[in-house]
Design a protein around this ligand. Structure first.
Ligand code: NAG
Ligand code: NAG
Ligand code: NAG
Ligand code: NAG
Length: 375
């Protein structure tokens, strides 16, 4: 008796789902209004549906404002992921994280003029691959005219460091991302950029996230970024900043402009450069986050030491004041010795001049003692 009812209820639910998504291909996805970052979105959420291609995305409801397509397995994003016909002028957010994406075909993203946030975190993307000319698609983001945030955290295949360095600049030049505001490139094993002007074609860039890479020094141009307000370089491989680097940072923070820097978790060396950095930290207009957690590394007698910058400075002060104390003691001893020698050499003269005074004093003490005994 219960069974038909159950089936009916299930069918109703499924229909509701299909109705909201209005496509059988989108079965398993959730379509409907959600509240996200204090806004309401019509979202299509296809998380962990074991999809192996993106065919169903050609049937997205046109009112879709947010697409969450994560945790599936789609090694290749083919041409026209969203099809030829769809009008997705409402689409603002596309999240395609964690899909094992290895390749994005040149014309994969069409009809995405209004997308403001694209998230491709935790994929396995190869941009350049010499074996296969197809992999090189510097215009991969060229249709995102209104893109403000690009999230590429751990997006690229491991050991693509050199290739990535070669291609990032081409991508940013060719993709015309004139409105890009925020760029996430964390956890990509980046060591260097082929061109130090790698970010210079992103005129509206405000925030760059480069944490958890292997960048050894400030090896890209910041001066071309007129709007930059945040640079994250935490957990990289930076051993020092040159004086020129520090003045570049300084030039980004003016009375009319705020600039914040995050450099924690780098293996700074304990040397003159770290002293310069420390002195700069005391006076700079740049807001350096987690200043108190900065450390420098030192090898001494075969042991490795990690020193907190603050303690290093305190130790330096302590050493200086110790030095001054020793110097003062030595000087005092020398002075006393000189005085004593002088007094010894001139003892007769001294006695002659002070003799009567001494005698008078002795007498006085004598009388005082007697007086007190009387009482
Ligand atoms: C999408 O769906 C997954 C699983 O159903 C859920 O965990 C996640 O929070 C949803 N995302 C949003 C933005 O609602
Ligand atoms: C990423 O790609 C490499 C080869 O390009 C492969 O060995 C590795 O298993 C892939 N990782 C994932 C999570 O797909
Ligand atoms: C780049 O985008 C701007 C507007 O966002 C547009 O005016 C310009 O024509 C585009 N340039 C190219 C080469 O596509
Ligand atoms: C970090 O830099 C040191 C030299 O300063 C180098 O030996 C080491 O290989 C670098 N590490 C990485 C992960 O690039």
């Amino acid at each position: 008796m219960l069974r038909p009812l159950f089936v009916l209820a299930f069918a109703a639910l499924a229909t509701a789902n299909v109705n909201q998504c209005r496509s059988k291909l989108l079965k398993g996805c959730n379509c409907g209004k959600i509240y996200f970052e204090s806004q309401t979105f019509f979202a299509v959420n296809c998380t962990n549906q074991a999809f192996r291609n993106t065919d169903m995305l050609q049937e997205l409801p046109e009112e879709t404002q947010m697409l969450i397509f994560t945790g599936n397995h789609v090694p290749v994003l083919e041409m026209n992921v969203f099809g030829e016909e769809l009008d997705l002028s409402e689409l603002k957010v596309v999240d395609m994280s964690n899909n094992g994406i290895r390749e994005i075909k040149g014309k994969a993203f069409h009809h995405v003029p209004s997308v403001e946030r694209l998230i491709l975190n935790h994929n396995n993307i190869s941009i350049a691959n010499e074996d296969d000319g197809n992999f090189h698609h510097p215009r991969v983001f060229s249709n995102f005219y209104n893109l403000k945030e690009l999230h590429l955290t751990n997006a690229f295949a491991d050991n693509t460091d050199a290739a990535l360095a070669n291609d990032l600049h081409d991508i940013f030049v060719n993709s015309n991302l004139t409105k890009l505001y925020k760029l996430h490139l964390e956890q990509n094993e980046i060591k260097f950029f082929k061109d130090e002007n790698v970010f210079c074609d992103l005129p509206d860039l405000h925030d760059i996230y480069l944490g958890d890479n292997s960048i050894p020094r400030l090896n890209f141009n910041l001066r071309c970024l007129n709007k930059l307000r945040y640079l994250d370089l935490e957990n990289n491989n930076i051993s020092k900043f040159s004086e020129a680097d520090l003045s570049h940072f300084e030039s980004l923070a003016t009375p009319g402009r705020h600039f914040t820097l995050e450099i924690r978790g780098n293996p700074f060396r304990c040397d003159q450069a770290i002293r310069n950095l420390y002195n700069w930290l005391l006076t700079t207009r740049v807001e350096v986050r987690n200043k108190d957690h900065l450390e420098c590394h030192q090898a001494k007698y075969g042991n490795k030491y990690i020193l907190n910058l603050k303690n290093l400075a305190a130790a330096k002060h302590a050493k200086i004041s110790q030095g001054i104390t020793v110097l003062l003691i030595v000087l005092t001893i020398v002075l006393l010795t000189l005085l004593a020698t002088y007094a010894y050499l001139k003892k007769d003269k001294v006695k002659g001049r002070f003799g009567p005074v001494v005698e008078a004093l002795t007498r006085k003490v004598h009388y005082t003692t007697i007086d007190s005994q009387d009482v």
